[in-house]
Ligand binder design. Sequence first.
Ligand code: ZN
Length: 96
Amino acid sequence: MSDYFIELTRANTRKAVERAREMRPRVRPVSVSDRVYDVSGSKGATYTVRLAAGQGRLLGSCECLGAQGGKVCYHLAAAAGVAIGIKAAARKAVAR
Ligand SMILES: [Zn+2]
């Protein structure tokens, strides 16, 4: 496990988002407040993804080899997609 965080930008996340759409990994929130998610991998593995947001930036870490090498993997993209969805839903709930 690593605390190596990668900044997710539009440019480096686009391919990972496409891959996430193909792979359709399961994303299970471990802690929504701490932004920790378990994401299923291609071979039945589960990877823990951690997200951190601040100052308009979104950072993420994943246990898989790709992310250890500094790449935005589809686990990160999938977890970020769910996290953004939860945030949007919470904002809607507050606005109501
Ligand atoms: Zn990963």
